[in-house]
Design a protein around this ligand. Sequence first.
Ligand SMILES: Nc1ncnc2c1ncn2[C@@H]1O[C@H](COP(=O)(O)OP(=O)(O)OP(=O)(O)O)[C@@H](O)[C@H]1O
Ligand SMILES: [Mg+2]
Length: 396
Amino acid sequence: MPEREIITGLDIGTSKVCAIIGEVGESGQVNIIGVGTSPSHGLKKGMVVNLDKTVQAINAATRAAERMAGTRVSSVFVGVAGGHIVSFNSSGVVAVADSEEITHRDVMRVIEAAKVVAIPTDRQIIHALPMEFIVDSCRGIKNPEGMAGKRLEVEVHIVTGRVTALQNIVKCVQRAGLEVRDLILQPLASCTSVLTPDEQECGTVLIDIGGGTTDLAVFYEGSVLHTAVLPVGGDHFTHDLAYGLRIPFAEGERLKLLYSSQGDTGNELPVDKLQSILYPRGEEVFQLVEKELAKLDQSGIAPIQCVLTGGASQLRGLTDIAEEVLGLPVRIGTPRAVGGLIDIINSPAYATGIGLVQYAAKQGLAGEETSVEGPGLLEQIIERITRWFKDFIPTE
Ligand SMILES: Nc1ncnc2c1ncn2[C@@H]1O[C@H](COP(=O)(O)OP(=O)(O)OP(=O)(O)O)[C@@H](O)[C@H]1O
Ligand SMILES: [Mg+2]
């Protein structure tokens, strides 16, 4: 096996497609060696609406990253988001095969058991993330491997996506001549790159505000408890300016960025006027987040802090609105714990792209030979479930 592995993350966003090439050292440390971005015109609210334009942007971003890294890319880890994502919690239980010791296989079996829930045929599981294991009624176990026990239970957070929406993403990547190694939920990737280990432990909501979507993930005791993708993002602020001031979208975007960088727009527009348009949209975004967080009430867990990331988190004054609406301390998060081209990637807009590389490296996916083929996507899932059933139901 080579000493260093190359992992490429592909963040196909509503505003930009971003390819990040990382080199993973023996200790798991990620060094970024190539970054390429291209404006994206083929997505709406995180979903592909134009294949050709998306393929072009993927090609442009990947070629730029390859040139920077001086290497060729053949396979990628792809981020997914969009309004088609639905997440929920589920649980599974199995009898431990050898009651002396819980093995890795028992852990895999119980996770598979939790995945066997009634999911509509037009949906597919993207992740089954263990929140806690329960061994013979003893709760709160993060890794039961090696423990003694008879009955193993798990609570998992399941993330599903609409099969056709996922297939369209896979199709675009394949048409760009790349193999899809795995699909990863975008907020999960952003969490990996942005949250400190401490933040992942003590109850944090991460909010990634992009161009077309706002993705959120709640972390507690190192596990993901809740994820959601809301169909509103930075572009809605621009639309409001364009509509309110009766100017073209591009002009609204220019004014928004100008205000963000210098706090006013020179003599072009009074600051009060600008803020009176941007503020209600900011309030709406965080009220939607608040509604999502209310779904956690049953579990008795409430986040104690908030981290904002994504390009639109840089909008001047947005952290203040977040603090006001959510009533939590808020900070802006940029990718951390990476080496390499840190000057280039030191922006919240790269949180997902960098996180895809780090997430894949952490899961040890770099060397695995599995890949997701477009038309075979469903078959793979069915095959996995069939394999699980074979483990349980004697064939003779
Ligand atoms: N300095 C800034 N101030 C305010 N807004 C900004 C700034 N920089 C970028 N944005 C906004 O951020 C948004 C793009 O963010 P990002 O690059 O994270 O989106 P994306 O990942 O392509 O989209 P999505 O994740 O929604 O699919 C745009 O709406 C853009 O106007
Ligand atoms: Mg994004």
